[in-house]
Design a binder for this molecule. Structure first.
Ligand code: SF4
Length: 310
């Protein structure tokens, strides 16, 4: 670590203490951000942390919908997002008008929104899900017909596990996960024949079909760090490597990606947050997430419903 980096981290720590702030970071953030975070986790873990914290300020190092979710769960707290340009292309694929129309066309269906949706779309949902709990939540619903937004691949994965229900899938997708082809994984498997393959359900169906394990980021961590294989091929965002190596450094985690390349399982939006930007928002209390009261109230209900079920 350079002197400049050390100084920057010291400044962040001072500001964090002085302002009673907490830094929450998603597993896909840059390694140096994960290292200074108070909590690291996937969407559900962070949503829960956001709800439990006593801090006055939450700095949410993730993409915009995550910071919005923290604000919805903590309307009385100041939630700061290090970089307003860090959005989620998949969340943006589901529009308020489009989802509203679909809902009106199928009044007998439950609208199940992946947490990766913008706040206005969450107001239209009956329940929110994460990749970890989507199957459990959908099974618990009384409706037999499900409108699943925005990820067609996570929706398809849930539909496979819950065949007794009818699914209408929004045609959204996560570009970095979608770009991961089965051929890329098979090529690595040829190189490491004893390896196990673990992928995220946002991957396209053909890719998920060849995996030994399909699960959320925290489930992948659990699987990869404890399975009996020494080599584990990981089909999710490359930021996860940092935690995997910290938790169990005795294994070889193979990501089918060049870390400098924005594309295959490298989410450029997640990487738009930097230590400099975290210091800046803490210092000046800028980039505050502000949502209309009505949006907070309406979006809170499906989030609470999820938290009650899981
Ligand atoms: S990895 Fe995919 S789903 Fe996650 S923030 Fe990036 S684009 Fe959105």
């Amino acid at each position: 670590m350079t002197v400049a980096e050390r100084t920057l981290i010291d400044e962040i720590n001072e500001l964090r203490e002085k302002k009673n702030a907490v830094i929450l970071a998603h597993y896909y953030q840059r390694g140096e951000i994960q290292d200074i975070a108070d909590f690291i986790g996937d969407s559900l873990e962070l949503a829960r942390r956001a709800q439990e914290t006593n801090a006055d300020i939450i700095v949410f190092a993730g993409v915009k919908f995550m910071a919005e979710t923290a604000k919805i769960l903590n309307p009385e707290k100041k939630v700061l997002h290090p970089n307003p340009e860090s959005g989620c292309p998949m969340a943006d694929m589901a529009t308020y008008e489009g989802v509203k129309k679909l809902r009106e066309e199928h009044p007998d269906a439950a609208v199940v929104a992946y947490v990766n949706t913008n706040a206005d779309v969450k107001t239209l949902a009956d329940v929110i899900v994460t990749s970890r709990n989507a199957v459990k939540v959908v099974k618990a619903l009384k409706e037999d017909k499900i409108i699943f937004v925005p990820d067609q691949f996570l929706g398809g994965f849930v539909a496979q596990q819950v065949p007794e229900k009818e699914f209408i899938l929004w045609k959204g997708f996560c570009p970095p996960h979608f770009n991961l082809s089965p051929e890329q994984l098979l090529e690595l498997k040829e190189k490491y024949p004893d390896a196990k393959i673990a992928v995220h359900p946002e991957c396209n169906t053909k890719t998920s079909e060849i995996a030994d394990f399909v699960g959320s980021t925290s489930q992948i961590i659990e699987f990869a760090t404890t399975c009996d294989a020494e080599n584990v091929i990981i089909g999710t965002e490359v930021g996860l490597k940092h935690q995997l190596e910290k938790i169990n450094p005795n294994k070889n985690y193979i990501f089918p990606v060049n870390a400098d390349y924005c594309g295959t399982v490298h989410c450029c939006d997640m990487k738009k947050n930097t230590l400099d930007k975290i210091k800046e928002v803490l210092e000046n209390e800028t980039n505050e997430i502000v949502l209309p009261e009505e949006v907070i109230e309406k979006a809170r209900k499906p989030l609470d419903r999820m938290l009650e079920i899981v």
